[in-house]
Design a protein around this ligand. Structure first.
Ligand code: SF4
Length: 382
């Protein structure tokens, strides 16, 4: 049964090109998006960037079985290795109409005895029934990430943050459960949700979760775009102050969480920690990221950290036709720097296959900024 309408081939052909790409590699995993459209209306939703904003009712591009086939046969998919994300780009996985599809995909993957990470990002209301159904999955490493901002401006987030908070509490409560829960605290926006009370509320909520990730809209252009788009008065006048604020904010976040041992800057770090595994994105090489990480986790990641040779990188890339011009420019303890890749997707493939950071020469990472140029407006999905 298909609870959401299945588009005809003609309708699919009229979609924007990227919307037609049902399997796409994104930073935290290979993303499956055969259901598209969402009614929650978050102002910063990533659907804006896919030409999908007007789709406020979910539609299906294919059946769940077809979609899973497409995923597991994709050239980027590696059984037991590739982290998967379900419906993180174009819809909300626990909308009442979408929920059956979410479970169908999870169950279909689990029936194949795949042990990959699966990330499910939600802000919707969850039900006790969801606990039971998720607990029946035997093989997948499922993580529920609850997007929570504490923003109470209805123009920005018409769907209230307390729903995600309640869902996180509900889903985290059972002592015996096979899935993990994460407080996905984002976006942290200076002037909008960064008072001491906001920070204290997030800290309180984090006590329910297996781990917490915090990210923001830290960069000037992204913030400006965000404020303008939402008609929110910009809180700072000069650019220098804007630049200082994120550092100050991060320091306040760390201070608020000083007695917490499960706070992370990176999604993959939190997900990996929650499953007692080393970070699948190999962030361990970026040493300054790990200064807030629990010792046991540091040891796990240190044990798994292996700097690849250029030959290793080429060997892994060999299966990708789009990587035929790949060059390894540099390899350090931190990352392999490559050139010759036209898009980001093959780079994520290399990164996950090697468990090591792979950076593009065109987008150098700056020490102590934790790659945050990549995070924010474009990384915050519904
Ligand atoms: S040790 Fe570093 S790389 Fe590993 S989970 Fe912690 S922060 Fe992430």
């Amino acid at each position: 049964m298909i609870p959401v309408p299945l588009l005809t081939t003609d309708q699919i052909n009229r979609l924007p090109e990227r919307a037609r790409e049902v399997v796409e590699y994104r930073k935290s995993g290979l993303s499956l998006n055969h259901i598209q459209g969402c009614s929650l209306g978050c102002a910063y939703c990533i659907r804006h960037t896919y030409g999908l904003w007007d789709e406020n009712q979910p539609v299906a591009l294919m059946s769940d079985a077809q979609a899973v086939e497409e995923l597991v046969n994709h050239r980027y998919f590696q059984p037991h290795v590739t982290p998967i994300q379900v419906f993180n780009r174009a819809t909300e996985p626990f909308l009442p109409k979408v929920r059956p599809h979410t479970f169908a995909v999870l169950e279909e993957l689990d029936a194949r005895e795949l042990t990959n990470h699966v990330l499910v990002i939600t802000r919707h209301q969850l039900k006790p029934y969801d606990i039971d159904r998720l607990n029946q999955l035997r093989h997948l490493k499922v993580t529920l990430l609850f997007t929570y901002s504490g923003i109470d401006n209805k123009e920005v987030e018409p769907y209230p943050s307390h729903v995600a908070a309640d869902s996180l509490k509900l889903m985290s409560a059972p002592t015996l459960r096979r899935y993990r829960t994460i407080l996905y605290w984002r976006p942290l926006v200076p002037g909008l949700n960064d008072t001491d009370d906001h920070l204290a509320a997030a800290h309180e909520l984090s006590k329910h979760a297996d781990a917490t990730v915090f990210t923001g809209l830290f960069y000037r252009d992204q913030i400006a775009e965000y404020y303008k788009a939402n008609g929110i008065p910009e809180p700072y006048e000069d650019t220098a102050r804007r630049k200082i604020v994120p550092e100050t904010l991060e320091a306040r976040v760390l201070d608020t969480f000083s007695n917490s041992s499960a706070l992370f800057r990176k999604t993959s770090c939190a997900v990996s920690y929650a499953h007692n595994l080393p970070d699948y994105n190999g962030h361990y090489g970026i040493r300054e990221l790990c200064d807030i990480c629990p010792l046991s986790q540091l040891e796990l990641c240190a044990g798994a950290h292996r700097v690849p040779t250029a030959e290793d990188v080429h060997q892994v890339a060999r299966v990708l036709p789009e990587a035929d011009k790949l060059q390894v420019v540099d390899i350090s303890e931190r990352a392999a720097v490559v050139s010759g890749l036209e898009t980001e997707q093959p780079r994520y493939f290399l990164q996950h296959a090697l468990g090591f950071q792979v950076h593009d020469q065109r987008h150098p990472h700056h020490a102590h900024r934790h790659g945050r140029a990549d995070i924010g407006w474009k990384a915050v999905s519904a």
